[in-house]
Write a protein of this length. Structure first.
Lengths: 343, 326
């Protein structure tokens, strides 16, 4: 090969402009896989970050097909955030095809948002005969608002690591976001009544299932508001879901998950299993079937038609419908729809 | 040529690989084991390359460039880049096997997988929400089917430009153009255009999808025959296909091929094929196919072929082929 060929190739490499953060460009470019991550990153990043999500919020997050545009968008990102826990495994293809060394795993520009979350349903052994199980545990963590606070902290820390100049801005927005989430969770009146570190205290009590007794002992139970107040009506309610999506939501609001329509994750239910679910619904008086919007509702509608249960079409990601364009609305919508269906 | 590649690779490894972070590159070997047209099973390195994600001396990758060095399926069109087991059919289109190359016939692995260097990068483009991606390759010449192994010691140059747009990840359109050039005592040029369209709804996506596409190639080969006469061959060929996902497990497809013979352009061959793929899980797939050929070449004319393909995947959750809606 002639030297001129090598020089031409090197010229192509060196002649292009630097697409990444430079002296003229002040905002961080943040790319997330899912829209709930975009929502949180935008809340924390504020005017110091431009945030873009790759997936369509209506889609099944397990099976997003990477496109050249996703690869190119990731190519100019300063920070790439994925959910992790084997939910958005397509993210690896995007990162590889982006040609962006800054966002490769292990770099400061790469973040698995769920990296330090307490994960549920971690399998002790794995077999393909069990269907499309998640080997790192159930990944639908964001349906528990307490986990979203941890995710927000992880995102803030990464933004600060990349952009120390605006660290105080990110920190302020994180505190504001956590406060707003706590207020939506417990009610602002209760937060003010508890006093300093109210959010952390109430979160710890709720996680230890001590919240109501503790509030009663402090004579603060009448001040409870927000989702925890509304969610009291969900406590002990038996539900069936199409997929194993609601483990974290159920734990937080006291729902009892009685099973799934999918006999094996990722595989549509066979008729025999569907009939077994119908029998279970009748036997246990289950009133609600939760069906994620991106799954076919055919099986759920059939089961509902043979029993007294109602199908609730649920949205998993922020922006999946105009009604759920914020995280607050996503959780509120889920609580209200379940309560409506259970009447 | 061979000593140049060997010296360059050794020098590159010595000077660069020692300080490149291990996560900035990876190597990928792909070894098919196949019965080579009744001559017995043998293993062959279909692809073996290093992919460099972090370039030496550069903080960032200009234009998002990725460098591939080694043996790889060349970015000529769409079909050639894909491994046979990832195709929506069991055989390569005739234009791929005849123009890009096949060692053991149309019903075995075909295409062009030379040794060389590939640069893959994005181009700035003025149309928003679209992507322009380019491949620029320098490879060892002579292995392309059309050139028939007569390119001498010259390198060959490949260019491929992709324009793509997607709409909310429901509709995806990719248009591409390709060129292959090798010069020397004999010269070969190949020009191609490709189109791929894919649709899958956002909701209830798992049971519905549609893929359509095709490629056309125009070749230009100048060579000398045994009597030292200067000859020129300009064959043209194309294929088109559609595939519909009828249910969660089942995909149905049609393909039509049309090519002029690379040596005698007046000889035309056509093939029509039907395929049904049954996808139990991402680890096991069955396919039934039927192909009929009409051809001016008597050995191919009015031939019917029935195909049964079973694909097992061993290992972790694989990346799905482009036509699979999972």
């Amino acid at each position: 090969m002639k030297r001129s060929h090598v020089l031409i190739m090197l010229a192509i490499l060196f002649s292009a402009s630097n697409p990444h953060l430079d002296a003229q460009h002040k905002k961080l470019r943040v790319v997330t896989t899912l829209n709930y991550l975009k929502y949180i990153a935008a809340e924390i990043g504020g005017e110091d970050a431009d945030v873009l999500a790759l997936a369509n919020p209506k889609q099944d997050p397990h099976y997003v097909t990477p496109t050249p545009r996703m690869n190119q968008v990731a190519g100019s990102a300063d920070l790439f955030i994925e959910n992790g826990l084997s939910l958005d495994m397509w993210a690896k293809n995007v990162i590889d095809a982006s040609g962006n060394p800054s966002i490769q795993p292990g770099s400061k520009g790469y973040l698995v948002a769920t990296i330090n979350l307490p994960v549920k349903e971690l399998p002790t052994e794995i077999s393909r005969s069990w269907g499309d199980i998640h080997p790192q545990g159930n990944p639908h963590v964001w349906l528990d608002p307490f986990n979203v606070k941890i995710i927000a902290t992880n995102i803030a820390n990464q933004l600060i690591a990349l952009d120390e100049e605006n660290a105080s801005n990110y920190q302020k927005r994180l505190e504001s976001f956590r406060y707003r989430l706590d207020a939506t969770m417990f009610g602002e009146e209760l937060l003010k009544a508890v006093g300093p570190s109210a959010g952390d205290i109430l979160t710890r009590k709720a996680k230890n299932n001590e919240l109501l007794p503790w509030l009663k002992s402090k004579k603060l139970d009448s001040k409870l508001g927000g989702w925890m107040k509304k969610g009291q009506d969900l406590d002990g309610m038996k539900i069936i879901s199409y997929h194993k999506t609601y483990v974290y939501f159920a734990e937080r609001f006291g729902l009892k998950l009685m099973g799934e329509l999918e006999e094996k994750p990722g595989i549509p239910p066979p008729p025999k299993h569907r009939d077994a679910v119908i029998d279970q619904i009748k036997r246990e008086g289950i009133k609600v079937i939760l069906n994620d919007n991106f799954y076919s509702s055919e099986a759920a509608e059939y089961v509902a038609s043979k029993s007294s249960a109602k199908v609730v079409i649920t949205y998993l990601d922020v922006g999946a419908s105009p009604e759920v364009d914020t995280y607050d609305k996503l959780i509120s919508h889920l609580i209200e729809e379940i309560l409506q269906a259970s009447k | 040529m061979r000593s140049f590649w060997a010296r360059s690779w050794a020098a590159f490894c010595k000077s660069v690989c020692s300080w490149l972070p291990c996560k900035a590159s990876r190597t990928l070997p792909a070894l098919p084991l196949e019965d080579q047209a009744g001559k017995g099973f043998a293993a062959d390195a279909e692809e073996a390359y290093g992919l460099i994600k972090r370039l030496p001396l550069l903080e960032t990758a200009p234009l998002g460039v990725k460098v591939k060095i080694g043996r790889f399926r060349a970015p000529i069109g769409v079909n050639n880049k894909i491994h046979m087991h990832d195709l929506p059919w069991s055989t390569r289109p005739l234009v791929i096997s005849e123009y890009l190359g096949t060692e053991h016939g149309n019903f075995f692995e075909s295409g062009f997988n030379p040794t060389g260097i590939d640069l893959d990068f994005f181009l700035p483009n003025p149309i928003s929400e679209t992507t322009l991606e380019m491949n620029a390759d320098i490879v060892r010449a002579g292995d392309l089917g059309l050139s028939g192994g007569h390119a001498g010691r010259q390198p060959a140059y490949i260019g491929h430009l992709n324009f793509s747009k997607d709409w909310s990840n429901e509709h995806l359109l990719i248009l591409g153009v390709s060129t292959y050039q090798e010069n020397g005592t004999e010269s070969t040029r190949l020009y191609g255009a490709d189109l791929t369209y894919r649709w899958a709804p956002s909701e209830d996506r798992e049971s519905h999808s549609f893929v359509a596409g095709g490629e056309l190639f125009s070749g230009d080969r100048r060579y000398t025959d045994s009597l030292s006469a200067q000859l020129r061959s300009r064959p043209f060929g194309w294929y088109g296909y559609i595939q519909y996902q009828a249910s969660f497990w089942t995909y149905l497809g049609l393909r039509y091929d049309w090519i002029e013979d690379p040596l005698d352009n007046s000889q035309v061959s056509r093939a029509g094929a039907l395929y049904a793929s049954y996808y139990t899980t991402e680890f096991l797939r069955f396919r039934l196919g039927f192909e009929h050929r009409w051809s001016d070449i008597s050995a191919w004319n009015n031939t019917n072929t029935g195909i049964l393909e079973v694909n097992f995947v061993f290992g972790s959750h694989p990346t799905e082929p482009y036509w699979v809606n999972r």
